[in-house]
Design a protein around this ligand. Structure first.
Ligand SMILES: [Zn+2]
Length: 231
């Protein structure tokens, strides 16, 4: 049997969770916006304009937020690596002892740990310390631009779904159509994220559907209130 056929949830979960969360944000915030504006007795065109503005604004703010947070993570990683590089040149002996201690802590006997530390240090000292001391691996390196684009795209994809339902529905049924359609989408997304992460599917689906329903009910109530008082 070829090595590593078993599938590791952790490897997939990182990017899938971010994608599903981004899409969920898009669905919940745009569906709530559409339901709220519709509840305020707006015209069909105005509902769609508000929804489209919500999609673009949400995608841009997700991108900005992700870029800033991942950039600061990248800055921290760079600073850690620079300090490690300095320590390796200033005090290679205690760095070697530190690496050896890490391998002993992972279960190697002292002699073997020292041998492994020696060989990995000779091969690429910074890479060994980055991976085994700082926990920085190629896979988990912070990529701000990719992260920003990914979260903006997943948000926009999520937001486009309730917007499409609103566009295809006659004005009289926009609210129930968008509400039911979006809740079904959220349940499917929640189930997908849970199954990908090896968690209980129904719990995941119920959790995100519940909060989606609360968000839509709140905006519908406020929309209806504003619709009667402002009109
Ligand atoms: Zn070190």
């Amino acid at each position: 049997m070829p090595r590593h056929l078993e599938r590791h949830y952790a490897e997939r979960i990182g990017w899938l969770r971010a994608a599903v969360l981004g899409a969920n944000d898009g669905i919940v915030s745009t569906a709530s916006l559409v339901v709220g504006v519709a509840a305020a007795q707006a015209a069909h065109a105005d509902i769609l304009i508000a929804g489209m503005a919500g999609l673009v604004a949400g995608a841009m703010s997700m991108a900005a937020g992700e870029f800033v947070s991942v950039s600061s993570q990248a800055d921290t990683e760079k600073a850690d690596l620079a300090r490690e590089r300095l320590e390796l040149t200033q005090d290679p002996e205690s760095e070697l002892a530190e690496l050896t201690a890490i391998y002993v802590g992972r279960g190697l006997d002292a002699a073997l740990a020292r041998q492994v530390a020696d060989q990995l240090t000779a091969h690429d000292a910074l890479a060994a310390h980055a991976r085994d001391e700082l926990g920085l691996t190629e896979v988990h390196t912070a990529r701000p631009i990719q992260a920003a684009i990914a979260s903006a795209l997943t948000f926009a994809l999520g937001a486009a779904l309730p917007l499409l339902i609103a566009w295809l529905s006659p004005l009289t049924v926009v609210i129930p159509a968008v509400a039911v359609g979006s809740l079904l989408l959220l349940a499917a997304m929640g189930a997908l994220a849970s199954s990908a992460g090896g968690a209980k599917v129904l719990v995941g689906a119920a959790r995100v559907t519940f909060w989606g329903a609360v968000a839509m009910a709140a905006t519908a109530a406020i929309g209806a209130l504003f619709g009667t008082t402002v009109a």
